[in-house]
Design a binder for this molecule. Structure first.
Ligand SMILES: Nc1ncnc2c1ncn2[C@@H]1O[C@H](COP(=O)(O)OP(=O)(O)O)[C@@H](O)[C@H]1O
Ligand SMILES: [Mg+2]
Length: 442
């Protein structure tokens, strides 16, 4: 019976806990969480609440419970060097060291790495520490994207057309970003359709998992502000309806080359998840960014489909033997819908913003799976926090069925909550297919 340390408190980690708990190895889960996630707690032998920067608390908890290895869910503990601290006491992690996690935590690191090793997929870009030269570069680009260099919880990137209109406005925003002390990446804006390719990596071998499409915008029809992600879907064939087979191969090849570049650059092996955020454009697949962990929601699409024992997958990642393991996923479609407080993503003076701390009731979700995210379990019931509350996942042979299951599940959550109805609908998917067809002229 292996003892496994799980770090994280979101719906992604609830899905990870479930994948670990399903293992035939009968593992015992020891969870280190920032807040008490009732779903993770119910699958854990022991829970310790603390901060992801508290390396002593985490390593102490690991030693005390004779942990074989850790699974690190979110980016914050990776950024804080939790994998490094555990490694110093000979406990391996699925999750990269602080230096390797720069793949996610520093967008300039990754853009520069991709350039230096001549890997395809980068936009035209430049990294700035001071404002000199920014204006001239802004004027060279046809479409502009501004990225502060560092973790911003998915809410830091500014896109022309969405967040600002003109190069002059962009220049003012650049000044603000630099004044806040961050480096700034200015890059060319791509037009296309985005997809998430989450790969497992042992430092040498890269294994793809089913493709997923996330929905960042708060409201139906991709309207409203960007969020941490309102939901996602995947198809039974593990591809997406708007992609060509070559697009997946290109995303995989870029990720393989990046894994090799990371090794060449740092001399150490990347062990964990390389999640590529890609965009299919008229000129092929381009790289938006990497995350150094599973996506949230995207983990909820793929982990329930994993047929291979997840504990075995982790052991092979740690041992560097992923090339010797056959990793299989069920051929089913999935739809994940996040139930969020009505006020989620809205300005604090909006009338719905008060919905944040309200009580909710969780009824019977039918055939759907339920993954807790930011909820507060109090003695008298379950309360919303300011963030996404519950991920509901439908799994079925077809996307339509999966969506129906998710919809029914969502309706079982009562309270001042909201969700996106359009995720996984034919209409939304057709829009994406048509868009890409138009720009690819095929
Ligand atoms: N070069 C780009 N061209 C077009 N859109 C972009 C580009 N870079 C980022 N975006 C948009 O901004 C979103 C957030 O950017 P991303 O690099 O994924 O950062 P993060 O997820 O850390 O916010 C993307 O999902 C995409 O919609
Ligand atoms: Mg992103």
């Amino acid at each position: 019976m292996p003892n496994i340390l799980l770090i994280g408190n979101g719906a992604r980690e609830h899905a990870l806990a479930e994948a670990i708990a399903r293992s035939e190895q009968k593992p015992r889960i020891f969870s280190f969480m920032k807040t008490n996630n009732p779903g993770i707690a119910s699958l854990s032998a022991k829970v310790l609440l603390g901060r992801y920067a508290d390396l002593e608390a985490i390593t102490g908890f690991a030693v005390e419970n004779k942990i074989e290895f850790a699974v690190i869910g979110p980016e914050d503990p990776l950024n804080n060097g939790v994998a490094d601290a555990l490694s110093r006491i000979n406990i391996p992690s699925v999750g990269p060291t602080q230096s390797l996690a720069r793949l996610e935590t520093s967008k300039s690191f990754t853009r520069n790495l991709v350039s230096k090793y001549h890997i395809p997929g980068n936009p035209r870009f430049r990294v700035f520490k001071v404002i000199d030269g920014v204006e001239a570069f802004l004027n060279e680009l046809e479409g502009i994207v501004l990225k502060p260099d560092g973790l911003t919880g998915g809410k830091g990137v500014l896109v022309q057309g969405d967040h600002f209109a003109t190069p002059q406005e962009a220049l003012n925003l650049c000044k603000q970003i630099l004044a806040e002390g961050s480096s700034l990446i200015v890059e060319e804006k791509f037009d296309g359709e985005e997809f998430s390719l989450q790969c497992l990596c042992d430092g040498k071998t890269v294994v793809g998992t089913p493709l997923v499409q996330d929905h960042k915008r708060r409201f139906d029809g991709d309207k409203g502000p960007n969020t941490g992600g309102m939901g996602s879907y995947s198809l039974a064939d593990h591809s997406l309806p708007f992609l060509k087979p070559q697009d997946l191969l290109d995303g995989l090849e870029i990720t393989r080359q990046v894994a090799a570049a990371l090794l060449a650059e740092t001399g150490s092996l990347y062990k964990g998840v390389m999640y590529g955020g890609f965009i299919a454009t008229k000129d092929g697949v381009k790289l938006l960014e990497y995350n150094a962990r599973f996506g949230d929601p995207e983990a909820m699409n793929i982990l329930p489909l994993l047929k291979t024992d997840f504990v075995e997958v982790c052991r092979h990642i740690i041992a560097g033997t992923l090339d010797q393991l056959k990793i299989e996923f069920e051929h089913k479609a999935t739809v994940c819908k996040y139930v969020v407080p009505k006020g989620y993503g809205l300005p604090s003076d909006h009338p719905d913003a008060a919905s944040s701390k309200a009580k909710i009731e969780v009824g019977h979700v039918g055939k759907a799976r339920l993954y807790y995210s930011s909820v507060d379990q109090k003695e008298d019931g379950l309360y919303l926090s300011a963030s996404r509350a519950i991920g509901i996942v439908g799994i079925a042979d077809t996307l339509a069925e999966a969506r129906k299951i998710a919809e029914e599940g969502v309706k079982a959550i009562k309270g001042p909550v909201a969700y996106r109805e359009d995720i996984g609908t034919d209409a939304l998917i057709q829009k994406r297919v048509d868009h890409l067809k138009k720009i690819r002229k095929d």
